[in-house]
Design a protein around this ligand. Structure first.
Ligand code: 5AD
Length: 427
């Protein structure tokens, strides 16, 4: 499901209304929303009004999706202008990417965000993809140094949802609440056998018309193949860092023994299997450099990642990195903006950790090139224990859900299916 920008009715002729939006006047068919009149606010997809909303909600969405950066051109350096101009006609070089990530002039940063926001609008319009995430187990046999659910964290109450609970949660999300994209996430939990996972995917697919992303860690390619056949569509599988030294430092005792090659090999295989790929780095790991992050962006570009999923590191007291500083929100936002310039067509998820760094993080992320967000659907009784990092709050999804285009609109799902067909072709 997705969100789009509202328009105000300025004229009605029969079943066709003219609605005014920031990008001009559009004509839409209003037969699905009888009784609307001039002055009312509508949410509409291409050519079709979906629902009437009140003015307050309309203004809230507009405020969210429309940025109004006012930038004085004389405060921008020539080099900055040259790099932004270059980004419109060719791929940026690594040096140029680093230059943008290093920016510290607030007006140049704003200008970068504004440019990325425009690229998002041009390429993906005002559809914001909404995903629901079900965190079904916090057991993990890995020991990633940064992660709050690492095996050695003994201060965490562990939970494992039953198969029926997962299926029911998915069923409710899709068939009652209108979700079209779900992420099934867990720690690297071998307590969930391959067989159980396969059954869950199959049963959800039987009950629900939904796109399923798996986020279940570094399992064998054999099971990923079976799960794909069983109905899984995408994987959310972060590479965390392309730098092998850094990767080794943080994952040494994990399944892949700290060898980044294992992770990339699996990612490649998943792509060949036809999975829709969501991946990206952790931003701001201690010891990580801007040079490393530029490599991460270049990797995503070269790998032709369909969905960028990256997020800022948040230190967790229950881990060996508990006393490390959190990353500057602007670096996380610059990563989003530069990724948008380099990969204009990709979906870019705003990680919930962005919101931990800044209470308006989600909005800021959507205004600097991001176009996708995730809502937490994990049953409340388990939520607090899926503590990958502290402060992970229950974001006010219900408030957002009311804006989502539930009925009669399959755009978001169809767009994904189209993209997936493309990835089949390439493989
Ligand atoms: N801060 C931010 N993100 C984290 N993750 C794990 N630990 C942290 C943390 N402390 C991210 C990893 C993982 C994803 C599920 O959560 O990138 O892939």
């Amino acid at each position: 499901m997705c969100l789009t920008i509202p328009g105000k009715i300025i004229d009605i002729k029969g079943d066709i209304a003219s609605i005014k939006r920031y990008d001009g006047v559009k004509k839409v068919d209003i037969s699905a929303v009888p009784g609307v009149k001039r002055g009312d606010w509508l949410l509409a997809t291409i050519g079709l009004a979906i629902k009437k909303i009140d003015e307050k909600d309309a203004k809230e969405i507009i405020d969210l999706l429309e940025s109004r950066h006012i930038i004085k051109e004389e405060n921008l350096s020539q080099k900055f202008k040259d790099v932004l101009l270059a980004s419109k006609s060719r791929d940026l070089t690594k040096e140029e990417i680093k230059y943008l990530l290093f920016l510290d002039n607030p007006e140049e940063i704003e200008s970068l965000f504004s440019e990325a926001d425009m690229m998002r609008k041009i390429n993906l319009k005002d559809f914001i993809c909404l995903h629901g995430i079900i965190e079904f187990s916090n057991y993990c046999q890995n020991n990633c140094l940064y992660c709050g659910i690492r095996k050695d964290n003994k201060n965490l109450a562990r939970f494992r949802m039953t198969m029926d609970e997962v299926i029911e949660t998915a069923d409710e999300a899709v068939n009652k609440r209108g979700y079209k994209m779900l992420v099934l996430q867990s720690g690297m939990d071998l307590g969930y056998t391959d067989k159980t996972l396969l059954e869950i995917v199959k049963k959800i697919k039987e009950k629900c018309h939904v796109f399923i992303f798996l986020s279940i860690g570094e399992r064998s390619d054999g099971i990923y193949k079976k799960l794909k056949k069983g109905g899984a569509d995408g994987v959310l599988f972060r590479f965390e860092s392309t730098n092998s030294e850094l990767y080794k430092k943080y994952h040494l005792s994990g399944v892949g023994k700290g060898d980044i090659k294992n992770r990339f090999d699996l990612l490649k295989k998943m792509k060949e299997m036809g999975y829709y790929i969501a991946t990206g780095p952790l931003i701001g790991l201690p010891g990580q450099t801007i040079d490393n992050l530029a490599d991460d962006i270049l990797f995503m570009k070269e790998f032709d990642v369909q969905m960028v999923s990256m997020g800022p590191f948040i230190p967790s007291k229950e881990t060996p990195l508990g006393n490390e500083p959190a990353v500057d929100i602007n670096l996380a936002l610059k990563m989003i903006a530069v990724s948008r310039l380099i990969m204009p067509q990709s979906r870019i998820v705003i990680a919930s950790s962005v919101e931990i760094l800044d209470k308006n993080g989600r909005k800021k992320g959507l205004q600097c090139g991001g176009n996708s967000i995730m809502f937490n659907l994990t049953p409340i009784k388990y939520r607090a224990n899926y503590k990958i990092y502290p402060g992970k709050k229950d974001l006010p999804e219900e408030n957002w859900e009311k804006y989502a285009l539930f009925s009669g609109n399959e755009d978001s799902y169809q767009m994904l299916e189209e993209e997936l067909k493309g990835s089949f072709k390439n493989s």
